[in-house]
Design a protein around this ligand. Structure first.
Ligand code: SF4
Ligand code: SF4
Ligand code: SF4
Length: 182
């Protein structure tokens, strides 16, 4: 009897500090999903969008996640280096509250499909196009133990950075909201 194929998890890690805002990821993603494939490039059809603040030289790539029928009722704001971003800025949802991740011609929601293809690509195209190394691709067995020490270190660093930017009270308040929503 053949054993079932082991489940694997495919991940794209994003190191925001390395993003230069070149938008090569948007270009190749839209080309890969054009019909016929590679026939056009249009960032409005991309499953990855780069939120940009050129003046402060800050760029955050966001990949399209699930579709949601309605927008969040409550919104809050992030302040980074003096600039305010709405909660929607970094949200992955295709959502009626904004035009992001909505196919411009059909109005259908867009979602990152990890460039699934037959035969499979060695890695997603946005990762290949990202020469600064902001995006990296990792494949691991679904039941592989997560390196908890590394995860904890990364979490601690992220919380420290958020507390420095927004204040510890705002971070605690946000964590409480996440906990309630789980
Ligand atoms: S874009 Fe995201 S954060 Fe904004 S309303 Fe929609 S689901 Fe909520
Ligand atoms: S993995 Fe593929 S589908 Fe997803 S954002 Fe990157 S290029 Fe687009
Ligand atoms: S290709 Fe990489 S560096 Fe360029 S905008 Fe996209 S994520 Fe940022």
């Amino acid at each position: 009897m053949r054993s079932a194929a082991a489940k694997i998890v495919k991940e794209i890690r994003i190191e925001v500090d390395k993003c230069t805002g070149c938008r090569a990821c948007e270009t190749v993603c839209s080309a890969f999903h054009a019909k016929p494939r590679y026939s056009s490039t249009n960032p409005a059809r991309s499953r990855i969008r780069v939120v940009a603040d050129e003046i402060n030289d800050e760029y955050v790539p966001v990949q399209a996640g699930n579709y949601t029928l309605s927008g969040c009722e409550g919104r809050h704001f992030y302040q980074l280096d003096g600039k305010q971003y709405s909660e929607c800025s970094f949200c992955r949802a295709a959502c009626p509250a904004r035009d992001y991740f909505i196919e411009p011609d059909s109005g259908l929601p867009l979602k990152c499909d990890m460039c699934e293809d037959e035969p499979p690509l060695a890695q997603p195209l946005c990762v290949t196009a990202c020469l600064p190394g902001c995006l990296t691709y990792q494949v691991r067995p679904a039941d592989a133990p997560v390196d908890e020490a590394r995860e904890q270190q990364a979490l601690a660093k992220a919380l420290e950075s958020l507390a420095g930017q927004h204040g510890i009270e705002a971070v605690i308040e946000k964590l409480k909201r996440f906990e309630k929503a789980r």
